[in-house]
Design a protein around this ligand. Structure first.
Ligand SMILES: [Zn+2]
Length: 244
């Protein structure tokens, strides 16, 4: 998959071979911009993002949260469209840089306490935390949001990135992911990438999100992104439950 956007004298582009389920050309482009140009990211990402195929839930969730507009350009039109924008612009290639920051293996403890503890370290933004447990309830990984310098650095995105940096496969079947707040559209699609089979992961959120970010995520049965999320098997996934 390929993606680009044009801003003033430069064309920012990315490619992705699809070898990691949580990464697409769109995530490489958007996250790469936040990592490398945090001061200009907001104005850069106001520009239309051109992509060479229809958006997956991972792409669409990322655009909903961290960018603005997109246009799908068919593969037959791609080269001429790309060339028409190139001109004498600088070409900037963006890989999203993998990082293990904002994640750790915490000591075991009650999930509520772990989530609360991870929420405390504040960078001035409301903090969200998440904890991944194996089928026996052992903590595999924990993460928190750090959105001051990277709008895409939500707790779940950080956790998924860390998981696939440390492991080359899905989380063990029967794992559960606890999140302090209902996942937004971007994070929901990233969470889906964590598991290879529909029943492989239980997602539990501990607080309802009063804002619009999570309303139409692929974890909300019946939403457009849920319908797009893949096979009927995926759509039958019990998706997400609220902690009682
Ligand atoms: Zn999120």
């Amino acid at each position: 998959m390929r993606a680009f956007l044009v801003h003033q004298g430069a064309l920012y582009h990315s490619e992705c071979d699809g070898s990691r389920p949580h990464r697409t050309a769109v995530t490489e482009l958007v996250r790469g911009i936040w990592r490398l140009f945090p001061g200009q990211a907001l104005s850069l990402l106001r520009n239309r993002i051109f992509v060479d195929r229809p958006l997956s839930p991972v792409c669409e969730g990322m655009i909903k949260v961290a960018a603005k507009r997109f246009e799908v350009v068919g593969p037959e039109e791609w080269d001429s469209r790309f060339t028409s924008f190139t001109g004498d612009r600088n070409l900037v290639t963006l890989p999203a840089i993998s990082t293990l920051t904002h994640t750790r293996e915490p000591p075991s403890g009650a999930i509520e306490e772990l989530l609360a503890d991870l929420k405390l370290k504040s960078d001035g933004f409301p903090r969200v935390s998440s904890v991944l447990l194996d089928p026996e309830g052992k903590v595999l990984l924990a993460s928190w949001s750090m959105t001051a310098s990277d709008r895409t650095a939500h707790a779940e995105v950080n956790l998924v990135e860390a998981w696939f940096t440390l492991h080359s496969q899905s989380v063990p079947s029967g794992s559960s992911l606890h999140v302090s707040l209902r996942p937004c559209a971007m994070c929901a699609a990233q969470i889906l990438a964590l598991t290879g089979i529909p029943s492989g992961l239980r997602v539990v959120f501990h607080e309802e999100d009063p804002g619009p970010a999570s309303k139409n995520s692929c974890l909300v049965p019946g939403s457009d992104l849920w319908k797009k999320a893949g096979s009927p098997d995926w759509r039958a996934w019990p998706a997400v439950t609220q902690d009682e």
